[in-house]
Design a protein around this ligand. Structure first.
Ligand code: SAM
Ligand code: SF4
Length: 354
Protein backbone atom coordinates (compact mmCIF):
# COMPACT_ATOMS: atom_id res chain seq x y z
CA UNK A 1 0.00 0.00 0.00
CA UNK A 2 1.33 3.46 -0.81
CA UNK A 3 0.68 6.84 0.73
CA UNK A 4 -2.27 8.57 -0.89
CA UNK A 5 -1.36 11.99 -2.22
CA UNK A 6 -3.54 14.37 -4.19
CA UNK A 7 -2.19 16.06 -7.24
CA UNK A 8 -2.83 19.70 -6.37
CA UNK A 9 -1.23 22.98 -7.16
CA UNK A 10 0.17 24.48 -3.96
CA UNK A 11 -1.44 27.75 -4.97
CA UNK A 12 -4.94 26.33 -5.40
CA UNK A 13 -7.22 26.83 -2.38
CA UNK A 14 -9.71 23.98 -1.83
CA UNK A 15 -12.67 26.15 -2.83
CA UNK A 16 -11.38 26.23 -6.41
CA UNK A 17 -11.21 22.48 -6.80
CA UNK A 18 -13.99 20.41 -8.29
CA UNK A 19 -16.41 18.42 -6.10
CA UNK A 20 -16.24 16.11 -4.28
CA UNK A 21 -14.57 18.07 -1.56
CA UNK A 22 -11.66 16.30 0.14
CA UNK A 23 -9.42 17.19 3.08
CA UNK A 24 -6.34 17.89 1.00
CA UNK A 25 -3.52 20.08 2.25
CA UNK A 26 -1.19 22.27 0.23
CA UNK A 27 1.43 19.50 0.28
CA UNK A 28 -0.97 17.04 -1.34
CA UNK A 29 -1.67 14.89 1.72
CA UNK A 30 -5.27 13.69 2.05
CA UNK A 31 -6.79 13.33 5.53
CA UNK A 32 -8.88 10.15 5.84
CA UNK A 33 -8.46 9.56 9.59
CA UNK A 34 -10.60 11.65 11.96
CA UNK A 35 -9.76 11.90 15.68
CA UNK A 36 -12.78 13.05 17.67
CA UNK A 37 -12.32 14.17 21.26
CA UNK A 38 -15.54 13.54 23.17
CA UNK A 39 -14.53 15.23 26.42
CA UNK A 40 -11.56 17.01 27.95
CA UNK A 41 -12.22 15.35 31.32
CA UNK A 42 -10.40 12.36 32.69
CA UNK A 43 -10.42 10.07 35.73
CA UNK A 44 -6.62 9.55 35.67
CA UNK A 45 -3.94 12.21 36.01
CA UNK A 46 -1.03 10.82 33.99
CA UNK A 47 1.94 13.00 34.84
CA UNK A 48 2.91 13.56 31.18
CA UNK A 49 -0.62 14.60 30.24
CA UNK A 50 -2.35 16.44 33.09
CA UNK A 51 -1.46 18.31 36.26
CA UNK A 52 -2.44 16.58 39.55
CA UNK A 53 -5.34 18.97 40.15
CA UNK A 54 -6.77 18.42 36.66
CA UNK A 55 -7.63 21.30 34.34
CA UNK A 56 -10.40 23.88 34.09
CA UNK A 57 -12.88 21.65 32.29
CA UNK A 58 -14.79 23.03 29.36
CA UNK A 59 -18.24 24.35 30.26
CA UNK A 60 -21.04 22.00 29.18
CA UNK A 61 -22.53 24.61 26.84
CA UNK A 62 -19.25 24.80 24.92
CA UNK A 63 -19.07 21.05 24.46
CA UNK A 64 -20.63 19.57 21.34
CA UNK A 65 -23.85 17.69 21.99
CA UNK A 66 -24.14 14.07 20.86
CA UNK A 67 -26.21 15.19 17.86
CA UNK A 68 -23.59 17.81 16.92
CA UNK A 69 -20.78 15.25 17.15
CA UNK A 70 -22.67 12.85 14.92
CA UNK A 71 -23.46 15.58 12.40
CA UNK A 72 -19.82 16.61 12.12
CA UNK A 73 -18.68 12.99 11.79
CA UNK A 74 -21.33 12.50 9.10
CA UNK A 75 -20.06 15.56 7.21
CA UNK A 76 -16.52 14.23 7.55
CA UNK A 77 -17.46 10.80 6.22
CA UNK A 78 -20.09 11.68 3.62
CA UNK A 79 -18.79 15.02 2.34
CA UNK A 80 -15.07 14.90 2.96
CA UNK A 81 -13.87 11.35 2.42
CA UNK A 82 -13.11 10.34 6.03
CA UNK A 83 -12.80 6.55 6.32
CA UNK A 84 -11.58 6.02 9.86
CA UNK A 85 -12.99 7.60 13.02
CA UNK A 86 -11.26 7.28 16.38
CA UNK A 87 -13.02 8.53 19.52
CA UNK A 88 -10.71 9.83 22.20
CA UNK A 89 -10.39 12.53 24.84
CA UNK A 90 -9.72 13.20 27.78
CA UNK A 91 -11.32 9.90 28.63
CA UNK A 92 -14.02 9.01 26.08
CA UNK A 93 -15.65 6.44 28.38
CA UNK A 94 -16.70 9.39 30.56
CA UNK A 95 -18.99 10.49 27.74
CA UNK A 96 -22.42 9.09 28.62
CA UNK A 97 -23.67 9.12 25.06
CA UNK A 98 -20.68 7.20 23.67
CA UNK A 99 -22.60 4.06 22.70
CA UNK A 100 -25.31 6.13 21.00
CA UNK A 101 -22.76 8.21 19.09
CA UNK A 102 -21.02 5.04 17.89
CA UNK A 103 -24.32 3.41 16.92
CA UNK A 104 -25.24 6.41 14.77
CA UNK A 105 -21.79 6.65 13.21
CA UNK A 106 -21.95 2.95 12.32
CA UNK A 107 -24.90 3.78 10.03
CA UNK A 108 -22.67 6.02 7.87
CA UNK A 109 -21.00 4.84 4.67
CA UNK A 110 -17.65 5.99 3.35
CA UNK A 111 -16.82 6.93 -0.24
CA UNK A 112 -15.93 3.26 -0.70
CA UNK A 113 -19.40 2.21 0.44
CA UNK A 114 -18.30 0.58 3.69
CA UNK A 115 -18.87 1.38 7.36
CA UNK A 116 -16.20 3.75 8.67
CA UNK A 117 -13.54 2.02 10.74
CA UNK A 118 -14.70 2.96 14.26
CA UNK A 119 -12.07 2.85 16.99
CA UNK A 120 -11.60 4.06 20.57
CA UNK A 121 -8.54 5.19 22.50
CA UNK A 122 -9.17 4.75 26.21
CA UNK A 123 -7.56 4.27 29.60
CA UNK A 124 -10.04 1.36 30.02
CA UNK A 125 -11.44 2.44 33.41
CA UNK A 126 -15.01 1.15 33.26
CA UNK A 127 -14.45 -0.72 30.00
CA UNK A 128 -15.10 -4.05 31.73
CA UNK A 129 -18.79 -3.13 32.02
CA UNK A 130 -19.13 -1.45 28.64
CA UNK A 131 -17.05 -3.46 26.19
CA UNK A 132 -19.94 -5.68 25.06
CA UNK A 133 -22.32 -2.74 24.60
CA UNK A 134 -19.72 -0.81 22.64
CA UNK A 135 -19.13 -3.77 20.37
CA UNK A 136 -22.88 -4.16 19.85
CA UNK A 137 -23.12 -0.44 19.03
CA UNK A 138 -20.61 -0.89 16.19
CA UNK A 139 -17.21 -0.21 17.72
CA UNK A 140 -14.59 -2.27 15.93
CA UNK A 141 -11.37 -1.91 17.89
CA UNK A 142 -9.67 -0.32 20.89
CA UNK A 143 -6.31 1.13 21.80
CA UNK A 144 -5.80 0.92 25.55
CA UNK A 145 -3.23 3.00 27.38
CA UNK A 146 -1.24 1.08 29.97
CA UNK A 147 2.19 2.23 31.10
CA UNK A 148 3.09 -0.46 33.61
CA UNK A 149 1.97 -3.79 35.04
CA UNK A 150 3.58 -2.84 38.34
CA UNK A 151 0.77 -1.46 40.53
CA UNK A 152 3.06 1.00 42.30
CA UNK A 153 4.52 2.33 39.07
CA UNK A 154 1.06 2.53 37.52
CA UNK A 155 -0.22 4.54 40.49
CA UNK A 156 2.84 6.80 40.48
CA UNK A 157 2.40 7.63 36.78
CA UNK A 158 -1.38 7.98 36.70
CA UNK A 159 -1.76 9.28 40.27
CA UNK A 160 -4.55 6.75 40.77
CA UNK A 161 -4.44 3.16 42.08
CA UNK A 162 -6.49 1.62 39.25
CA UNK A 163 -4.28 -0.96 37.52
CA UNK A 164 -6.77 -3.77 38.26
CA UNK A 165 -9.59 -1.91 36.47
CA UNK A 166 -7.45 -1.47 33.36
CA UNK A 167 -6.53 -5.16 33.25
CA UNK A 168 -10.19 -6.13 33.67
CA UNK A 169 -11.04 -3.75 30.84
CA UNK A 170 -8.51 -5.39 28.53
CA UNK A 171 -9.87 -8.87 29.27
CA UNK A 172 -13.44 -7.68 28.69
CA UNK A 173 -12.51 -6.03 25.39
CA UNK A 174 -11.00 -9.32 24.20
CA UNK A 175 -14.09 -11.30 25.31
CA UNK A 176 -16.36 -8.83 23.51
CA UNK A 177 -14.46 -9.35 20.26
CA UNK A 178 -13.11 -5.82 19.93
CA UNK A 179 -10.24 -6.49 17.56
CA UNK A 180 -7.45 -5.81 17.16
CA UNK A 181 -6.62 -4.59 20.66
CA UNK A 182 -3.51 -2.47 20.90
CA UNK A 183 -1.84 -1.36 24.09
CA UNK A 184 -0.18 2.06 24.09
CA UNK A 185 2.65 2.58 26.56
CA UNK A 186 4.42 5.84 27.21
CA UNK A 187 7.87 5.41 28.73
CA UNK A 188 9.35 7.83 31.22
CA UNK A 189 13.03 7.54 31.96
CA UNK A 190 13.70 6.32 35.48
CA UNK A 191 10.07 5.37 35.98
CA UNK A 192 8.78 2.54 33.80
CA UNK A 193 11.36 1.60 31.18
CA UNK A 194 12.31 -1.52 33.16
CA UNK A 195 8.64 -2.58 33.02
CA UNK A 196 8.71 -2.90 29.23
CA UNK A 197 9.82 -6.57 28.98
CA UNK A 198 6.88 -7.66 31.16
CA UNK A 199 4.51 -5.55 29.07
CA UNK A 200 5.87 -7.15 25.90
CA UNK A 201 5.16 -10.64 27.28
CA UNK A 202 1.76 -9.68 28.67
CA UNK A 203 0.69 -8.45 25.23
CA UNK A 204 2.24 -11.32 23.27
CA UNK A 205 0.44 -13.85 25.51
CA UNK A 206 -2.90 -12.24 24.60
CA UNK A 207 -2.37 -11.56 20.91
CA UNK A 208 -2.21 -7.81 21.59
CA UNK A 209 0.16 -5.46 19.77
CA UNK A 210 2.17 -3.33 22.19
CA UNK A 211 3.10 0.12 20.87
CA UNK A 212 5.54 2.18 22.87
CA UNK A 213 5.33 5.94 22.47
CA UNK A 214 8.03 8.57 22.77
CA UNK A 215 6.94 11.35 25.08
CA UNK A 216 5.96 14.54 23.26
CA UNK A 217 5.93 18.15 24.54
CA UNK A 218 2.18 18.36 24.80
CA UNK A 219 1.57 17.84 28.49
CA UNK A 220 1.80 20.17 31.48
CA UNK A 221 4.67 22.70 31.49
CA UNK A 222 8.05 21.41 32.63
CA UNK A 223 7.22 17.74 32.09
CA UNK A 224 9.24 17.33 28.88
CA UNK A 225 12.95 17.61 28.27
CA UNK A 226 14.31 16.59 24.87
CA UNK A 227 17.54 15.36 26.45
CA UNK A 228 15.82 12.96 28.83
CA UNK A 229 13.09 11.36 26.75
CA UNK A 230 13.60 7.70 25.88
CA UNK A 231 14.13 7.45 22.14
CA UNK A 232 12.92 4.71 19.81
CA UNK A 233 16.40 3.14 19.71
CA UNK A 234 16.57 2.87 23.48
CA UNK A 235 13.01 1.56 23.63
CA UNK A 236 13.81 -1.15 21.08
CA UNK A 237 16.91 -2.14 22.97
CA UNK A 238 14.92 -2.63 26.18
CA UNK A 239 12.12 -4.49 24.38
CA UNK A 240 14.70 -6.88 22.93
CA UNK A 241 15.67 -8.10 26.42
CA UNK A 242 13.81 -11.41 26.06
CA UNK A 243 13.07 -11.53 22.33
CA UNK A 244 14.63 -11.11 18.91
CA UNK A 245 13.05 -8.22 17.04
CA UNK A 246 13.31 -7.81 13.27
CA UNK A 247 11.79 -4.93 11.27
CA UNK A 248 8.36 -5.75 9.81
CA UNK A 249 7.36 -4.62 6.32
CA UNK A 250 5.33 -1.41 6.43
CA UNK A 251 1.74 -2.43 5.66
CA UNK A 252 -0.09 0.79 6.47
CA UNK A 253 1.85 3.77 5.13
CA UNK A 254 -0.10 6.12 7.40
CA UNK A 255 0.55 4.25 10.63
CA UNK A 256 2.70 6.26 13.03
CA UNK A 257 4.20 3.05 14.43
CA UNK A 258 7.33 1.37 13.16
CA UNK A 259 6.71 -2.34 13.72
CA UNK A 260 8.95 -5.28 14.56
CA UNK A 261 8.34 -9.02 14.23
CA UNK A 262 9.00 -10.94 17.44
CA UNK A 263 11.13 -14.10 17.36
CA UNK A 264 10.54 -14.56 13.62
CA UNK A 265 6.78 -15.14 14.04
CA UNK A 266 4.95 -12.64 11.74
CA UNK A 267 1.78 -12.93 13.85
CA UNK A 268 3.65 -11.44 16.83
CA UNK A 269 4.53 -7.78 16.61
CA UNK A 270 5.52 -4.81 18.70
CA UNK A 271 5.57 -1.20 17.59
CA UNK A 272 7.30 2.04 18.47
CA UNK A 273 5.83 5.47 17.81
CA UNK A 274 8.85 7.71 17.35
CA UNK A 275 7.04 11.03 17.04
CA UNK A 276 10.08 12.95 18.23
CA UNK A 277 13.15 11.08 16.97
CA UNK A 278 11.62 9.99 13.62
CA UNK A 279 8.54 12.12 12.85
CA UNK A 280 6.05 10.69 10.34
CA UNK A 281 4.47 14.01 9.30
CA UNK A 282 5.01 13.40 5.56
CA UNK A 283 2.55 10.51 5.66
CA UNK A 284 0.12 12.02 8.18
CA UNK A 285 -3.52 11.50 7.16
CA UNK A 286 -5.18 12.87 10.31
CA UNK A 287 -7.61 15.62 11.04
CA UNK A 288 -8.77 16.40 14.57
CA UNK A 289 -12.00 17.64 16.10
CA UNK A 290 -11.95 18.83 19.72
CA UNK A 291 -14.86 18.36 22.11
CA UNK A 292 -15.75 22.04 21.75
CA UNK A 293 -15.94 21.77 17.99
CA UNK A 294 -12.56 23.07 16.84
CA UNK A 295 -10.82 21.55 13.83
CA UNK A 296 -7.06 21.14 14.10
CA UNK A 297 -4.97 20.10 11.15
CA UNK A 298 -2.07 18.93 13.36
CA UNK A 299 -1.69 17.88 16.99
CA UNK A 300 0.83 20.69 17.33
CA UNK A 301 -1.13 23.37 15.46
CA UNK A 302 -1.05 26.76 17.11
CA UNK A 303 -4.20 27.64 15.18
CA UNK A 304 -7.62 26.02 15.10
CA UNK A 305 -10.95 26.75 13.44
CA UNK A 306 -14.36 26.65 15.07
CA UNK A 307 -16.99 24.52 13.37
CA UNK A 308 -19.27 24.83 16.39
CA UNK A 309 -20.09 28.47 15.62
CA UNK A 310 -21.12 27.72 12.07
CA UNK A 311 -23.03 24.64 13.21
CA UNK A 312 -25.02 26.60 15.80
CA UNK A 313 -25.60 29.54 13.43
CA UNK A 314 -27.41 27.24 11.00
CA UNK A 315 -24.57 26.58 8.55
CA UNK A 316 -25.28 24.03 5.84
CA UNK A 317 -23.37 20.76 5.55
CA UNK A 318 -21.56 22.15 2.53
CA UNK A 319 -20.53 25.36 4.34
CA UNK A 320 -19.21 23.37 7.29
CA UNK A 321 -17.37 20.97 4.97
CA UNK A 322 -15.81 23.90 3.12
CA UNK A 323 -14.56 25.53 6.34
CA UNK A 324 -13.12 22.18 7.44
CA UNK A 325 -11.40 21.73 4.07
CA UNK A 326 -10.00 25.28 4.18
CA UNK A 327 -8.51 24.58 7.62
CA UNK A 328 -6.86 21.39 6.42
CA UNK A 329 -5.44 23.10 3.33
CA UNK A 330 -3.23 25.11 5.71
CA UNK A 331 -1.87 22.01 7.51
CA UNK A 332 1.83 22.57 8.19
CA UNK A 333 4.40 20.35 6.51
CA UNK A 334 5.61 19.04 9.86
CA UNK A 335 5.04 19.46 13.58
CA UNK A 336 8.38 21.24 13.94
CA UNK A 337 9.31 19.66 17.28
CA UNK A 338 12.92 19.53 16.20
CA UNK A 339 13.33 23.12 15.05
CA UNK A 340 14.46 25.97 17.29
CA UNK A 341 11.34 28.04 16.66
CA UNK A 342 9.01 25.26 17.87
CA UNK A 343 6.07 26.74 19.78
CA UNK A 344 3.94 24.53 22.02
CA UNK A 345 0.24 24.54 21.21
CA UNK A 346 -1.95 26.32 23.75
CA UNK A 347 -3.97 23.16 24.41
CA UNK A 348 -2.51 20.08 26.08
CA UNK A 349 -3.04 16.55 24.74
CA UNK A 350 -6.14 15.80 26.83
CA UNK A 351 -7.85 18.93 25.51
CA UNK A 352 -7.04 18.16 21.88
CA UNK A 353 -7.61 14.42 21.86
CA UNK A 354 -4.75 11.97 21.63
N1 SAM B 1 -7.55 8.91 28.04
C1 SAM B 1 -7.36 8.09 26.90
C2 SAM B 1 -6.07 7.31 26.99
O1 SAM B 1 -5.24 7.63 27.85
O2 SAM B 1 -5.91 6.39 26.18
C3 SAM B 1 -7.40 8.84 25.59
C4 SAM B 1 -6.75 10.18 25.53
S1 SAM B 1 -4.98 10.17 25.79
C5 SAM B 1 -4.63 11.89 25.61
C6 SAM B 1 -4.44 9.39 24.30
C7 SAM B 1 -3.01 8.96 24.26
O3 SAM B 1 -2.19 10.10 24.37
C8 SAM B 1 -2.58 8.02 25.36
O4 SAM B 1 -2.14 6.79 24.83
C9 SAM B 1 -1.45 8.75 26.05
O5 SAM B 1 -0.40 7.88 26.44
C10 SAM B 1 -0.99 9.70 24.96
N2 SAM B 1 -0.31 10.86 25.50
C11 SAM B 1 -0.72 11.71 26.47
N3 SAM B 1 0.21 12.64 26.71
C12 SAM B 1 1.24 12.38 25.88
C13 SAM B 1 2.52 12.99 25.67
N4 SAM B 1 2.92 14.03 26.35
N5 SAM B 1 3.32 12.45 24.71
C14 SAM B 1 2.94 11.36 23.99
N6 SAM B 1 1.74 10.76 24.16
C15 SAM B 1 0.92 11.26 25.10
FE1 SF4 C 1 -6.29 10.82 31.07
FE2 SF4 C 1 -5.43 9.64 28.86
FE3 SF4 C 1 -4.31 11.91 29.70
FE4 SF4 C 1 -3.90 9.71 31.11
S1 SF4 C 1 -3.25 10.08 28.98
S2 SF4 C 1 -4.50 11.72 31.95
S3 SF4 C 1 -5.80 8.65 30.86
S4 SF4 C 1 -6.38 11.68 29.00
Amino acid sequence: MSVEFASVSPAAPPAMRDAPLRLVDSFGRIARDLRVSLTDRCNLRCSYCMPPEGLDWLPTEDTLTDAEVVRLVRIGVEELGIRQVRFTGGEPLLRRGLEGIIAQCSQLRTDRGDVPDLALTTNALGLAKRARGLKDAGLKRVNISLDSLDAEHFAAITRRDRLGDVLEGIEAAARAGLSPIKVNTLVLRGMNEADLPDLVDYCLDRGIELRVIEQMPIGPANTWDRRSILTADEILHIMSARHTLTPAPREDPHSPAGRWIVDGDPSKRVGVIASVSAPFCGACDRTRLTSDGMVRSCLFSTEETSLRGLLREGGTDRQIAQRWADTMWAKPAAHGLNVDAFARPSRTMSRIGG
